[in-house]
Design a protein around this ligand. Sequence first.
Ligand code: FES
Length: 268
Amino acid sequence: MRMEDCTVEENVQIAKDTYKMKIKGNFVKECRTPGQFVNIRIGDGREYMLRRPISISEIDRGENLVTIIYRIVGEGTKFMSNIKKGNEIDIMGPLGRGYDVLSLKKGQTALLVGGGIGVPPLYELAKQFNQRGIKTIAILGFNSKDEVFYEEEFKKFGEVYVSTVDGSVGTKGFVTDVIKKLQAENNLAFDKYYSCGPVPMLKALINTVGEDGYVSLENRMACGIGACYACVCKKKKNKDVISYDEKKVEYTRVCYDGPVYLASDVEI
Ligand code: FES
């Protein structure tokens, strides 16, 4: 993990209130797994005290570039959306533990399930699975058509289904409605799932397809480096959550031990 002044190479709107930013810096050399994140200082850090944790959606080690996708949810992210190409940005990262890309073998199939701003980290995962000969089925959930992004990008790697809550594009409803529809048609076969999104989506997903997969949690964070315990989530009993700590603790720090966990390991 590094703290580094990086260069913004691109910062463009790609959907309603949703922006894509490319960041160049030496920290990219340390990016390991899809699903890690960066913690971004907003401005000079005086007006916006807390950094903003944003997941990495694409890694380009050759160019020392990462892409992040973020949504404007408050003044801090609004400030980010006005950063211009060529400006410097203070990055702490890469942080956290991502998805295990070695959990499937060539020829197997991964089901990728993302909701809203939970979609971006699945893109680098789809890319790495594709490079390893693993098929992907992506199910991407949004509120409405104007919020949809990266549908075409995911199609480069495999099948893609979209759901929208208002039905303005794709299946009306939630990602689990797409899954139930495909299951009813006997048209959904996969070996493991990989998900990221809001808690209700993750709960519904587990209820629909079980616990044989991975969840990435979006708990609110403060320090982002495992020091403040603002982001904890409860471990399931008798489960050894992947952790740098030797001692058993009842809670796990999402920013440090996660954000990606086996679905069977954490209380959601
Ligand atoms: Fe401080 Fe996770 S945000 S421990």
